[in-house]
Design a protein around this ligand. Sequence first.
Ligand SMILES: [Fe+2]
Length: 254
Amino acid sequence: MKILFIGDIYGNPGIDYLIEKIPFLRQTYQPNLIFANAENSANGRGITQKIYKKLMNAGISIITMGNHTWKNPDLKNFIDGSNIIRPINDGSNMGKGYTIINYNDKKILIINALGKAFMNEENEPPFEMVKQILDTQKYDYSFLDFHAEATSEKVAMAHFLDGKVDMMVGTHTHIQTNDDRLLPNGTLYISDVGMTGPLEGVIGVKKEIIIDRFIYGQSRPNEVAEGPRQLNAVLFTLSPKRKIEKIHLDETQI
Ligand SMILES: [Fe+2]
């Protein structure tokens, strides 16, 4: 069983580059299932139904979200009954924070949760909520997308769940970390998968806007960066031997 997880899809550059690269990813890595985080797919703010359909048509099975889940109000019109899960602890009463899908004769539990550190301390406590789902549901394999800012919170969650969850990714920082590994009790883990979108921006946004904001405190609205694109992902192999592999593609590579 192999599962490919695509890191945070940012705006049209991310959607288009992912769709272009899916045949290559399928051929090279032979995943059984593909999941993706798409909380920034609508120009950095949430997701629309049109984008959702595009991603489904491209062969994504499950979409996870994050702190920008509800930034595009269109989601409220179609989240119920969709293959989108939003963070279990975001306090919303629409959609769901986990789902179980069937693949051949296996059940795969997928959970999405939000961190608290440097995000929103008001978020409900993710550690206990995620563990409770893992302890009470019936499944063969489990996957967590922990959408959080601090690597410390993500690593703490990974050790807390080591041996309880089969696969855990961190998302949200848009920068791929170099700590992909098999934890001592069997959880496959990476602190952040990285993003799929513009390569030359600041985590997806036009760099000039963010640089000015740091220097002058100016608050121009964010715009999606242009230019070469990148894709970041991880491939989980669950059997016969467990392993996690980082994937990075970008248009500056030959
Ligand atoms: Fe985020």
